[in-house]
Design a binder for this molecule. Structure first.
Ligand SMILES: Cc1cc2nc3c(=O)[nH]c(=O)nc-3n(C[C@H](O)[C@H](O)[C@H](O)COP(=O)(O)O)c2cc1C
Length: 291
């Protein structure tokens, strides 16, 4: 799933989508990906405009973000900030689903302030032909504090006819197994931060916990990071912008290696791309994988 996008309305009433968003979901840039673009919106016209643009690019499904917990987003009644406003959610779905049945899914949290918000909403969503609902069982106000509430997720299963996908706190094969066993018969899971930290996590999960990373995985990871660096160099100008992005990835990925705190510190301290390249070379030459 691609990060959420939205459209802007200019003073003359015309809507447009930022070029950076369009680049993210351009099929040319996603050749090997079965991508589902995602929309952040609290308005039927805005949603339709953005959706039409996405479908015109050739994508077959769109996800609606009702989960984003960022206060900048929720205070505008977007993301999880829309969950207390069910009438508005239904007004949007009435319009959008009439045009795009079986082409929209929803990603949601339990509520902004209380799980009662989603418990109330789920039976109402039964009337709409959604493809699936992905639930990250935390409240918007929680941001990322506490743990994903598996019991609340189970409560949701009884309240909907839709295919439910679980999302939250799957960081490695053990946490996947723990969660999978607590949610018998679950139809699917979505990975978030765990995938940023360990791109081999899906392979591990598919192998049923028997996956040990090999030297060729190390090479794949090295190539991935090189590609990322080159792509950023082609798009962004100035070492500090490029380094900012790469440091963002390493904050998650450091756990792949032994002594992640030391690795994070070394990467964080790099001030130039040359220095960064040197540190990455050292990591791959000297530090074993931890997981
Ligand atoms: C940096 C960052 C950006 C995110 N952006 C999005 C987004 O654009 N759309 C979305 O649905 N979720 C987004 N999420 C939330 C994740 O999809 C996921 O719901 C959340 O991290 C919990 O799952 P996890 O514990 O597996 O990470 C983002 C999370 C992080 C940490």
């Amino acid at each position: 799933m691609a990060p959420f996008i939205s459209s802007l309305k200019a003073a003359n009433g015309h809507r447009r989508i930022k070029p950076a968003y369009l680049r993210d979901i351009n099929p040319e840039n996603n050749k090997n990906a079965d991508l589902i673009p995602q929309i952040l919106s609290n308005d039927p016209d805005e949603f339709l405009f953005t959706a039409q643009h996405i479908f015109n690019l050739g994508w077959s499904e769109i996800n609606w973000n009702l989960g984003c917990p960022s206060p900048m987003v929720t205070k505008k009644k977007r993301g999880s900030g829309l969950l207390p406003h069910q009438d508005r959610i239904c007004r949007i779905l009435d319009v959008v689903m009439a045009r795009y049945p079986e082409q929209i899914s929803i990603k949601t949290r339990l509520g902004l302030d209380s799980a009662a918000e989603l418990y109330r909403l789920l039976p109402i969503l039964d009337q709409y032909p959604l493809t699936e609902i992905i639930i990250h069982p935390r409240l918007g106000r929680q941001m990322y504090k506490g743990r994903a509430d598996l019991e609340a997720f189970q409560n949701c299963r009884a309240l909907t006819r839709h295919r439910l996908i679980y999302n939250g706190d799957i960081t490695d094969q053990d946490s996947f197994m723990r969660i999978y066993q607590r949610l018998p018969g679950i139809q699917g899971v979505m990975l978030g931060r765990g995938l940023l930290a360990d791109p081999f996590l899906p392979a591990g999960i598919k192998a049923g916990g028997l996956y040990l990373k090999s030297d060729s995985d190390r090479d794949i990871l090295k190539t991935f990071l090189n590609d990322l660096l080159e792509q950023y160099q082609g798009r962004l100008s100035g070492d500090s912008h490029i380094l900012g992005r790469l440091k963002g990835i390493w904050r998650y990925m450091a756990v792949l290696f032994e002594n992640p705190a030391k690795i994070r510190k070394k990467i964080t301290k790099t001030k130039s791309l040359n220095h960064y390249i040197e540190v990455v070379k050292m990591i791959f030459a000297e530090i074993p994988f931890s997981i």
